[in-house]
Design a binder for this molecule. Structure first.
Ligand code: DP6
Length: 366
């Protein structure tokens, strides 16, 4: 049964004049089995699972006060990104907030000033929609809780934040949970749904809870083709039906590997998924390539190092050229020595981020 969060009762009384702010820090995530292809209102064509990152995060503060004027735009919003007005981003957020007015009618009664910033440089080429949209929707759920004394149960709170984040950006639905989260219905994940993500951290073998993720920046330029456009190309992709089946099957193989600490299976699936995503892009019509020569050079070095040393070091890719290197904490010293020697010199301005599985979003109080 599908969830219906529409609620005309979430409206402020005429005598209510709330004023204040809420702040959330929410991380980015890296999909191991990828979401690529969607239908309806932001519903995934296949289930996905991701690692919640720690350092790569967005901090968003929503300042609010009761809107005095009547009429005008359905939502009143000013948005500052890294301290500066960001009109394009503001338009996108405004459109999103308008699209959820049936869920949160009180949003039409407020003037919102949103301040948002990323922990990673905005020129780094790291996808930020998952962290940005989850930080926003966690803030919206805090507003609901604050105004109406609802959502006091933390799992109900996170489920609603995940649902709302999905409506903004599919991958954002997974960022609300610590360690790992799965989005999309799958028989081996109890409670899984196409409408929101569910936590997977409790099922993880300890060695995956402390997994390291070095993000190697190959190019920080803007992507030639957005993820939204990429999803759309899947609608007519000749490989799409097989791909959706494959994703579910890979998840079935990945789950026991994650539970048992089977790094070889985990790594094989992570690498195959990354290359499948990029192969789908290359075989789309029109075709496009987001990897750069530097991405391939790094892949080659990582595979050679693994073959020569036996270390459990694997790579993944998002929809872009940058490499995510995955390895266990107890091998971090050796792997990072290799990264410093052979990989970081190939990065753009030698830029990389040492990240790891994280505890998930947190609200900053006071
Ligand atoms: C390759 O979540 O950015 O990172 O729902 O259109 O906002 P929209 O797409 P988005 O797509 C992410 C695709 C991916 C794989 C993944 O995160 O699962």
């Amino acid at each position: 049964m599908s969830l219906d969060y529409r609620n005309p009762k979430l409206i402020l009384d005429t005598s209510d004049h709330p004023q204040g702010s809420v702040t959330w820090v929410s991380p980015s995530n890296l999909a191991i089995v990828k979401y690529w292809g969607k239908h309806g209102r932001q519903l995934p064509r296949n289930p996905s699972i991701s690692l919640t990152l720690d350092h790569a995060a967005t901090t968003t503060t929503l300042h609010y006060h009761r809107r005095e004027e009547v009429g005008g735009e359905p939502v009143s919003l000013e948005l500052f990104f890294a301290g500066h007005p960001a009109p394009d981003f503001a338009r996108r957020i405004k459109a999103y907030l308008q699209s959820i007015l049936e869920i949160y009618p009180f949003l039409g009664q407020l003037h919102l000033v949103m301040h948002t910033d990323n922990s990673f440089p905005h020129s780094s080429g790291i996808a930020s929609s998952a962290s940005a949209m989850s930080a926003l929707t966690l803030g919206l759920c805090s507003l609901e809780r604050h105004f109406f004394d609802t959502l006091d149960d933390s799992s109900a709170f996170l489920q609603k934040a995940s649902y709302l984040a999905r409506l903004a950006s599919g991958s954002a639905s997974r960022s609300v949970y610590p360690w790992m989260a799965a989005w999309g219905q799958h028989g081996d994940i109890e409670g899984s749904s196409d409408e929101y993500a569910v936590p997977f951290g409790d099922r993880l073998h300890p060695s995956f809870r402390t997994i390291r993720n070095a993000i190697l920046i190959v190019s920080s330029g803007t992507k030639a083709v957005s993820s939204s456009a990429g999803h759309e190309l899947m609608d007519t992709h000749p490989y799409a039906p097989t791909r959706y089946i494959q994703a579910g099957q890979r998840l079935s193989r990945l789950i026991p590997a994650l539970e048992q600490g089977d790094w070889a299976t985990f790594g094989q699936i992570a690498e195959n998924e990354a290359l499948t995503l990029h192969a789908l892009m290359m075989a789309s019509n029109p075709s496009y390539i987001l990897m750069k020569p530097g991405s391939l050079a790094l892949i080659d070095r990582i595979r050679t190092f693994r073959q020569e040393t036996g270390y459990s070091v694997y790579f993944s890719l998002d929809a872009g050229p940058n490499l995510h290197v995955l390895y266990p904490e107890d091998q971090a010293e050796a792997v990072e020595a290799f990264l410093h020697q052979e990989c970081i010199p190939l990065c753009e301005e030698e830029y990389w981020i040492a990240d790891r599985a994280g505890e998930g979003p947190r609200e900053i109080i006071g």
